[in-house]
Design a protein around this ligand. Structure first.
Ligand SMILES: [Zn+2]
Length: 446
């Protein structure tokens, strides 16, 4: 087991966060322990929150209804990493959100000197809290990994999975409830971590049906080889909502607890510049929030905090000089780009029929000509045209819906911070992402 450096208040105070540190509420932990539910929307910049509001309103009479995001808004957070880029990746941002320190892009639970830093989840576990992580990516992906593992680069999924099992805190497993995807990192030739978790007392669920039957912790639920399928076009479009609802049932009797939730795939849809995909993820997240709302109302000794690690894609509502955003057209898109592209290739000369069935979008002549060329080339060599075909068809959807994008990567604007339940005052104003973690640390014993 590796030693995890405790970042003391004194140490944090040495650097230039001193002024901000003085603003942090110092003595909140003296009270009765609170349940902490911490949610990260990966890539969920402010435009996604606005977009979801209008997407769910969808041309009903005005006024536009408020969403739970609108009702729980507290402030904003700066996301820059510990270098001169200003634009963070998910690993550096998640480590900041998990441990309250700035670090380099790619770092998982380690500081700029590659030394492990104690995370909120680990601190909570050290003081006997029940701990849970529920995500829609592989459970070894950057955000969950940054809360319960310590590696120098985010690519090392197998090592991260090993650490969930091997790195004990006071002889106990770190994470009592782990749900999401990623079974291939657990069931391997060199090691079967699922067997080892079972031996350690965990119940294992590999389907949502088995998940519903879970009655006790600890438990491990892995529902896909890697990330879960996208919400859009899935047989389980509300899979995060389902997992969180079940987890809260299991955690209810366990007091107090620390829970990390990640809506992991908003980011993936943003990287693809796929607006319908992104709205599918946001709808699953909003449904998740309704379960959290009920839980917090019934268990007032709970704080819920939500933010994003960064924004993705440079999403805009309105594009190409059009002063509008066509939500009904977004609702008509039934699948993400990959299955649509595959169906178009399979349909050969009839590709436009499949396109229309799946998207409802009337193509411009120039779009039709380009897609036709790609579909024809795809008959001979699909892998060679796959990316171009997906990008081209998504550009047509963005054009038709007046959705704008500026990049296939991340962007550096401040993100929004939301809270409900106890201690929401800790999250007001313009924070740094590390402040969110440091405020939550004040709610845990030292
Ligand atoms: Zn990303």
């Amino acid at each position: 087991m590796i030693m995890i450096k405790k970042v003391t208040k004194l140490k944090r105070g040495i650097n230039h966060w001193l002024a901000l540190g003085a603003l942090l509420a110092p003595f909140a932990a003296a009270e009765q322990p609170v349940n902490i539910i911490y949610l990260v929307g990966d890539g969920m910049g402010a435009p996604y929150i606005t977009a979801y509001r209008y997407f769910s309103h969808n041309e009903k009479p005005i006024p536009v209804d408020r969403t739970l995001f609108d009702n729980w808004l507290m402030g904003t957070a700066q996301t820059y990493p510990h270098d001169d880029t200003y634009v963070t990746d998910s690993a550096a941002a998640a480590t900041s959100l998990a441990a309250g320190i700035k670090t380099y892009n790619g770092a998982i639970g380690v500081d700029v000197n590659k030394q492990p830093v104690e995370t909120l989840l680990e601190r909570a576990k050290r003081h006997g809290y029940t701990t849970a992580m529920v995500v829609t990516s592989s459970v070894t992906h950057a955000t969950p990994a940054s809360f319960a593992a310590h590696v120098n680069t985010r690519q090392d999924a197998e090592q991260i999975a090993d650490q969930y099992l091997d790195q004990k805190i006071d002889g106990k497993f770190k994470v009592d409830l782990l749900m999401g995807g990623g079974s291939k990192y657990f069931e391997r030739k060199d090691r079967n971590l699922i067997k080892e978790f079972k031996k350690g007392g965990y119940t294992y669920a590999n389907s949502y049906k088995k998940m519903e039957q879970l009655r006790k912790l600890p438990a491990l639920g892995l529902f896909a080889d890697d990330g879960l399928p996208h919400a859009l076009g899935s047989t389980e479009p509300l899979r995060l909502s389902k997992m969180v609802s079940k987890s809260l049932q299991l955690l209810k009797g366990e007091k107090p607890f620390f829970m990390l939730i990640e809506a992991s795939q908003i980011d993936w849809c943003g990287h693809a510049n796929d607006i319908a995909c992104a709205m599918g993820e946001m709808a699953d997240l909003h449904s998740t929030l309704t379960h959290i709302k009920t839980f917090v109302e019934q268990h007032p000794n709970t704080v819920f905090v939500m933010t994003a690690d960064h924004s993705t894609g440079g999403l805009s509502i309105g594009a190409n000089n059009e002063y509008l955003w066509r939500t009904p057209m977004i609702h008509r898109v039934k699948k993400t780009a990959e299955p649509i592209a595959k169906e178009m290739i399979a349909a050969k000369a009839n590709w436009e029929q499949r396109w229309t069935e799946n998207t409802g979008v009337t193509l411009l002549d120039s779009e039709r000509a380009e897609l036709n060329k790609l579909v024809e080339a795809g008959q001979k060599d699909y892998p060679a045209v796959r990316v171009k075909l997906e990008q081209t068809l998504l550009k047509a959807i963005s054009r038709a819906t007046a959705t704008g994008w500026t990049t296939y990567g991340h962007t550096g604007e401040d993100v929004l911070v939301f809270a409900t339940g106890k201690h929401t005052e800790l999250f007001k104003g313009n924070l740094n992402n590390i402040d969110i973690a440091n405020q939550l640390f004040t709610l845990l014993p030292q």
